[in-house]
Design a binder for this molecule. Structure first.
Ligand SMILES: CCS(=O)(=O)c1ccc([C@@H](NC(=O)Cc2ccccc2)C(=O)Nc2ccc(C(O)(C(F)(F)F)C(F)(F)F)cc2)cc1
Length: 274
């Protein structure tokens, strides 16, 4: 009876296969570690913090106060919050190995197309599925606090999406890898070096699949590909509503929203992200 390492030595085929596959496993582990670290450093609130705040729910009076705010004021508050979260997503992207090696144009195209998608995926960490509330301006509130926005269908879809994403019980590592896959989408229009983005995307995809397989979470993969489709329609609905709002109030637009919000969500003259 041969000892395990003697068996290994006697199985050169296996050993050379391991050696040949090892570099990609190592490089995909390095990429996984880099993405998880980048997520941890740029995720705004840690999950533990958000969960510890779940008991802080808006009172009846606070809900009424939100509902009596003007459409403009509520849009401004949401725009500021989203722009804040998007800044962290920009920082997340910049820390992913390979992202800064892409052309400036492609970095902007990927962020224009994917930053809101990443924010909405990340937002599910601040969603409490037990009572359908989300962390907003310091406390947890349901869809009713966004009533004066005048987009109940958009808000309802965002909450449903968060609810369904919570049901997958994604770990922080899975959120990190999934948001990197969402961001590095080679199908975004107007990419200059599509091939280069596709290579980076496939490396992240392989790293994500390896991680899921090792933790026996393969079933999550098929569910997440459906989520990506929902995410796409949710973001285009969100951007359409924003455009509608801005078109009706052209003067307000430039004073109301932070500049980054404009660069990302309106087809105005493209200024490079700072
Ligand atoms: C996304 C990364 S994370 O999960 O770490 C994370 C979650 C929640 C917030 C939350 N932070 C604040 O409130 C800041 C704060 C705190 C205290 C006083 C004043 C201010 C926050 O921004 N929520 C929040 C919910 C919902 C929205 C919608 O716009 C959307 F569409 F995104 F869901 C809305 F439509 F539901 F409003 C937009 C924003 C920030 C980060």
């Amino acid at each position: 009876q041969l000892s395990p390492d003697q068996q290994l030595v006697n199985a050169p085929g296996l050993t050379c296969r391991l050696v040949s596959v090892l570099p990609s496993l190592l490089s995909s582990d390095c990429l996984t570690a880099n993405i998880v670290k980048s997520h941890r450093e740029t995720c705004q609130y840690r999950v533990e913090e958000l969960q510890a705040l779940r008991w802080k729910v808006f009172s009846r009076e606070e809900v009424l106060a939100y509902q009596s705010k003007s459409v403009e004021e509520m849009w401004q508050r949401c725009a500021y919050r989203l722009t804040d979260s998007i800044q962290y997503v920009v920082e997340f992207a910049k820390r992913i190995d390979g992202f800064l090696e892409l052309s400036q144009n492609d970095q902007i195209v990927l962020l224009k197309g994917g930053s809101l998608e990443v924010v909405l995926v990340r937002m599910c960490r601040s969603f409490n599925p037990d009572n359908g509330t989300v962390f907003f301006e310091g406390k947890f509130g349901g869809t009713e606090i966004f009533k004066s926005l005048g987009c109940n269908d958009l808000i309802a879809s965002i909450f449903e999406f968060s609810q369904s994403l919570c049901a997958l019980h994604l770990s922080e590592q899975e959120v990190a890898l999934f948001t990197a896959v969402v961001l590095l989408n080679p199908e975004r229009a107007c990419l200059q070096e599509k091939e280069k983005v596709a290579r980076l995307h496939s490396h992240v995809d392989v790293a994500f699949k390896n991680t899921l397989q090792r933790s026996h979470r393969d079933t999550v993969l098929s569910k997440l590909s459906q989520k990506t489709l929902q995410l796409k329609s949710l973001c285009s609905l969100h951007i359409d509503r924003l455009r509608l709002f801005l078109e009706l109030r052209p003067l307000l637009a430039h004073s109301l929203f932070p500049p980054l919000y404009h660069e990302l969500f309106t087809d105005g003259p493209d200024a490079p992200l700072e």
